[in-house]
Design a protein around this ligand. Sequence first.
Ligand SMILES: Cc1ncc(COP(=O)(O)O)c(C=O)c1O
Length: 501
Amino acid sequence: MSYHQARYDEPLLWEIEPPPEAPAAPEPIPGVPERLRRRHGVRWPELSELEVIRHFTRLSQMNFGIDTNAYPLGSCTMKYNPKVSELLARRPGAAEAHPGQPEATVQGSLEILWRLEQALGKITGFEEVSLQPAAGAHGEFAALLMIRAYLAERGELERRTEVLLPDTAHGTNPASAAMAGFTAREIRSKDGCVDPAALAAAVSDRTAAFMLTNPNTAGLFEPEIVEIARTVHGAGGLLYYDGANLNAILGVTSPGRMGFDVAHLNLHKTFATPHGGGGPGAGVLAAGPTLAPFLPVPRIVRRGRNFRLDYDRPRSIGKIKSGLGNFGLDLRALVFLLSHGESGIRRISRRAVLNSNYLGQRLGTRLPRPFRPLVKHEFLLSGAPLKARGLRTLDLAKRLLDEGIHAPTVYFPSLVEEALMIEMPETESRRELDLLVAAFERALGDTPEALRAAPQSLAVGRIDEVAAARHLLLSWKDLRERGAVLGMAGPTPEGATPGKT
Ligand SMILES: Cc1ncc(COP(=O)(O)O)c(C=O)c1O
């Protein structure tokens, strides 16, 4: 497949047809009080439906997405989002309900949320679930607030100030710990996993919690998880499960079974709901008996056939998001779970692990693989050998874009030199995996010059990342006037060299 992304010099709608200066006020709607009525109309460009459709369709063709291209972005579990869930989430009953509606009028929506909580409770092995947090990092922060509340209740907050995490942890883990008022302390891994001796040496009566992803970001299942749980609990600390990698163990084991106290899940990864671009996510919280009383309110409770919102949880950390969470994502996740059924859930993780091991074996003949070869849902490669050709992992990642493949996660985790982290979830077929291998082979066989010049077939070329960070272009107008300086689409100012400042 040869890949050439569309590249339009697309004006803004406002540039195609400048809106009228002072449009006439609309007819007043009966019943709307005078003080709330518009004094003049909205300044929209007056364009036909066709012109607007063409505009947005062209913009969408300059985009990159899971519906058109492979997305082996490690740790992000870039799954296909089934269209049936989209269809259901867009039905008026789901899309137009207001979070402030009286309970009696949204019984169906509450039942959807309650059923999802029940299903996720089973999957995680925990008693109680809250769908409120809007992202994985938000879930982490909320769980750490729960841990704070628990420690405060026991009079241990002053003393237990440290949150431990391994050096494979996602960057949001230490950030959440710091935001919640703890000191994040990193523990060195051994062969890609937690070193039980290093953990035992680090825990103390200052330990509030240990945050762990299992399988971790190297795709390795922590073989010493039982001992890890014993060590942390033995020191009076709590065990936090970062569930971003739950896709690898769905229906096989669970954080509850492994001895964790609390977990966040990323619905926008494991449960096939949209993510990316900072869009709405869902960082669901699930907790065992120690921390469940601290979950955010309101909780959804069932009384016979009715559902109601319960705010009467005196130990709760309170409300952490408007509404009850991102309802559309919750609904999509429930549809996904129901369509797979209980036995299908296990097939998901098995297939994801199979995909990862198949790809790992094939690409492992091209670039070195750190740590043990048998992995879970994702694996690491090291681009270090590229350095002998004057190249870096970044060049390979950019060259893959020209093959129509999203770049893998690169330079993470930092314990692997020139790391590439690759994940192709269960929604990807064997054929797609083979196309990815072929693309890697073409990219690796290309000349150093071609790799350094990549990407060449995208709407946006290689960006000077330092310049992009220093000279933020925050509006489309800025981008059009100065974007070419950074290698972005747009007219090149005289004398400027794309990709340089
Ligand atoms: C292991 C891990 N933890 C936490 C997060 C944070 O999740 P979110 O991006 O939804 O805030 C991610 C996101 O990539 C992740 O991979």
